[in-house]
Each structure stands twice: as structure tokens, then as C-alpha cells.
Design a protein. Structure first.
Length: 309
């Protein structure tokens, strides 16, 4: 979903609450597999929980799950944002690790794609997921399986039954398409369509960004999900404001470059409100900063702009 995507170039820090070494390594390998596609996000393991946006547990009684995209930022630092409830060293476990990390990257369940055309035998779906190993109440089954995503918030393929974000379903749960009435079993791992779309969402970043100077408004013509990146090198030390203008849902994030690495300074998201995204922060003369703005919805005019002042 567009609203849950990270600003491209974000460094996601992850931390393990617990877990055997082999299970932790399986998660590291899954992060590396996503990164090896050439996406613009960065994954960094940290040893301090307070530094981690992504906190990973291995509670065998809690199933496998993850919060979606930037929703992890709203979870208290004392709580996990991802959990694995079974062995990740098998082929199925490897796919599970890729699947849950996919959620953290902002990817929803593929079977909830509003363009998939799936017709469910709903009583059988509720009955199946109420049993072992899920034991889900009706609300959770509806949320994870039957609920269709809002078409206005989705960008992606029509339906990819082999997506790593697709569930395995036994026979009898799907009425249409008829070919899956006997069951749906994805191939496992990242599909070709998964790789194509994650690179559209998070393309490799350019080595240099245009310079954003104070009091110069820069028009942005971005498609939903599109992003613009800028460099900032202040000529004086003072408090600055960085924000967007126009009728558009945007996320603005500001980083400082410290020893070649970007450190998060501030962020703001105006999605679902009648205001623009804006951050206020003190910047220091001749230090290097990076501003990123991502568009969720273009609004009535289809135009927006960004300015530093």
C-alpha cells in the first residue's frame, strides 16, 4: 500500500529480542536477499533495542507476523514489530522470513489485492483459520485473508499467485478462479513480479542529488509512490523549515550525513489531513543534509512543490 511505504533511501535498523543463532542468521540472510535485488533501502543490524525501528522476536506460541511498512514507527520500543513462530531453516521457513520482511517493506498480502478477482468460500475460510496452527478469531481471518485492499491505495500487478506475499491455501477455500479450487501453493521465494515491483517502489538511488537552497520553491511532478531527493548544505547555522505546498499527500524526511552515513533527523507525513508536510529543525553551516519527499496521492491539482526556508 502506498501509504505504508518507506521513503526510499531509509536505513532500517533491526534488532533481535532473542532466538537461536541459526534462526537469527536465517533472518539476516532474508534481509540480504531483498537487498541483493539492488533496492534503495538499507538494512543494518544493531545491538541496542532503542536504535531499532524493527524488533524481531521468535516466540513459538505467537505465529509468524509483522507490522506493515511505516506502521512499525508507532509501536512502543518495548514491543516487537515482527515475530517468527516456526523454524526458518527449511525452504518454507526461508519463504516465511522473506514474507514477513516484505510486510516491513510495506507490502500487503497478495491475496488481498482488490484486482485479483478471488471469490472465497467464506465459511470454510473462517473454519480453516480458526483451527491449528493459527487459531485466529473471525476478525483476524477477515483482516489477514478476506478483506480487500482499497483500490486507490494499491499500486502493483493484477495478481501474482506465486508472490512471496501470497499465502498457501488448501483445497476448497477458493471458488474462483476455478483453477485454484483444488488449492493454491506458491512456488516459494521471491517471484519475478516481486522483484520487478520492489525495484519500482525502491529503485537504486542516484549518487548525487540536486541542491535545495533556501527560499527557492522546487515544483514536483511525481506519480503516486514517486520520490524526489535533494542535498542541503546550509550557508548559516539557524533553525530552518522544510515543507511541501499544494494539494498532495506527502512524506518529508530529513537526514544528516555523518561520516558517510545518513542519520535521521526529522520526518512528517500529511496523509489524510488538510495540511502540508513540514519539519522544523536546526541545521549547521556547511554540514551536509539530505531531504527526501515521497508522494502518496497527487490530489486534485496533481502538483506539489518543496521548499527550504
Amino acid at each position: 500500500m502506498l501509504s505504508s511505504k518507506w521513503v526510499n533511501g531509509t536505513i532500517l535498523h533491526y534488532w533481535f529480542l532473542d532466538g537461536p543463532a541459526a534462526q537469527q542468521q536465517a533472518v539476516r540472510d532474508a534481509f540480504a536477499e531483498w537487498k541483493a535485488l539492488g533496492i534503495g533501502l538499507v538494512f543494518t543490524e544493531v545491538q541496542d533495542r532503542s536504535e531499532a525501528e524493527v524488533r524481531i522476536g521468535f516466540d513459538q506460541a505467537d505465529g509468524s507476523w509483522s507490522y506493515v511498512g511505516r506502521d512499525v514507527l508507532g509501536i512502543p520500543a518495548t514491543q516487537p514489530t515482527m515475530n517468527f513462530g516456526w523454524d526458518l531453516t527449511t525452504d518454507y521457513g526461508r519463504t516465511t522470513a522473506l514474507h514477513e520482511i516484505g510486510h516491513t517493506l510495506g507490502l500487503p498480502h497478495e491475496h488481498q489485492n482488490p484486482f485479483a478477482g478471488i471469490v472465497w468460500d467464506e465459511p470454510k475460510v473462517y473454519d480453516y483459520f480458526s483451527g491449528s496452527p493459527n487459531f485466529w478469531p473471525r476478525e483476524q481471518t477477515f483482516s489477514n485473508v478476506l478483506r480487500k485492499l482499497d483500490p486507490t491505495e494499491v499500486e502493483g500487478s493484477t495478481w501474482d499467485p506465486n508472490s512471496v506475499m501470497e499465502y498457501w491455501f488448501p483445497a476448497g477455500l477458493i471458488i474462483q478462479p476455478a483453477q485454484y479450487h483444488s488449492g493454491l501453493e506458491p512456488a516459494g521465494g521471491l517471484s519475478a513480479t516481486d522483484k520487478e515491483w520492489i525495484l519500482r517502489f525502491y529503485p537504486k538511488l542516484k549518487a548525487t542529488n540536486p541542491l535545495l537552497t533556501p527560499f527557492v520553491s522546487v515544483p514536483l511532478s511525481l506519480a503516486p509512490g514517486g520520490q524526489a531527493n535533494f542535498s542541503i548544505v546550509p550557508s548559516e547555522t539557524r533553525r530552518y523549515e522544510l515543507g511541501t505546498f499544494g494539494f498532495a499527500d506527502t512524506v518529508v524526511v530529513l537526514f544528516e550525513e555523518v561520516k558517510g552515513k545518513l542519520r535521521h533527523l526529522a520526518a512528517n507525513d500529511n496523509s489524510g489531513t488538510d495540511r502540508n508536510a513540514k519539519v522544523q529543525v536546526k541545521l549547521f553551516k556547511d554540514r551536509k543534509y539530505v531531504a527526501r519527499v515521497r508522494l502518496g496521492w497527487a490530489g486534485a491539482s496533481g502538483q506539489t512543490a518543496i521548499m527550504l526556508w
